[in-house]
Design a protein around this ligand. Sequence first.
Ligand SMILES: Nc1nc2c(ncn2[C@@H]2O[C@H](COP(=O)(O)OP(=O)(O)O)[C@@H](O)[C@H]2O)c(=O)[nH]1
Ligand SMILES: [Mg+2]
Length: 356
Amino acid sequence: MQTGIIGLGQVGKTTLFRILTKAAVEGKASSQATHVGVAKVPEPRLLELAKLYNPKKITYATVQYVDLGGMQKERTRDALASLRDVDTIAHVIRVFDDPSVPHAAGSIDPLRDATNLELELILADHDQITRRLEKLEKDLKKKREPLLELEKTVLEKCKAHLEAEKPLRELELTPEERKPIGGFLFLSQRPMLFVLNLGDDEAAELDTAVERHKLGALQGRPNTAVIAVCGRLEAELAEMEEKEAAELLSSYGLKEPGLNRLIRATYDLMGLIQFFTAGEPEVRAWTIRKGATASKAAGEIHSDIEKGFIRAEVVRWNDLLAAGSIAAAREKAQVRLEGREYVVQEGDVILFRHSG
Ligand SMILES: Nc1nc2c(ncn2[C@@H]2O[C@H](COP(=O)(O)OP(=O)(O)O)[C@@H](O)[C@H]2O)c(=O)[nH]1
Ligand SMILES: [Mg+2]
């Protein structure tokens, strides 16, 4: 699963990317290039589970981020093209004001920047759909084909939506309607995370940032999330010892780094959940889509476990912690036996029984 980080120049993309992935990205020379990095999904429950098992290894789930570089006019097309490979888009929007860091558009106006990028995505999709519709109409003149007709109907619906300057992620489509356009990778259809990059002076008021900067229009939309962070403060936190960082955080009244919230928001937006496996060798978080079955979850770990699946022993993470051990949880009848079709719930601890 990949999230593409995009935005105007000098908004704090590389700063965020670097701390998200703890990657050392060289300064100037690479400021235009694309970087891929892996971020651990923060998960305090893993540490709690580890207390029961004292495992050799603790493994976190991960999300990939790609720093796509600036959206300078001449590079917009390149940046949009590389967005085709990502699952979600994180649009970093500059809210912080700093006269020593010039703004690409000359002034601080987060809503303008959000709207402009949205329009670029909408235009790119509109182009693609217009071209496809022209071809479809030609083909349909030669031969009437129900599948192509359905595709045409759906694309026309999409086009009208785009012409109202609305992104496709906000268009509700039935599964039948989705099918014929599934291969198109429309940009405005991808889930979008607006990342508001605030100045350090607002660190204590992140919760109210949206109202304060009159950005309510970005919020409460389908497949969209808004998150406020202080990029520079986060960069400082990342350099500190854990204890120092915790003190600085609490001096702003914050419980955890904004980056943790950002990573979790990305996860939610992608419709992903975690389940755990726990034992002495390893306590580990795994990623699956919401609604995935036990059989699919087994396949995430190893195809042999999916093939030889016998049953899953499932316990809620908090029941397991409260019981103190899997044996104690069994005695309390908190460990359920589930089959292949069981729909895995967020926070399940699963032991797969399999043959072979
Ligand atoms: N004042 C202030 N400066 C920041 C903040 N975040 C980034 N910067 C500065 O803005 C400049 C551009 O940051 P960078 O991450 O390279 O932006 P990018 O062009 O979007 O990748 C750098 O000089 C950063 O130090 C912030 O939250 N506050
Ligand atoms: Mg950069």
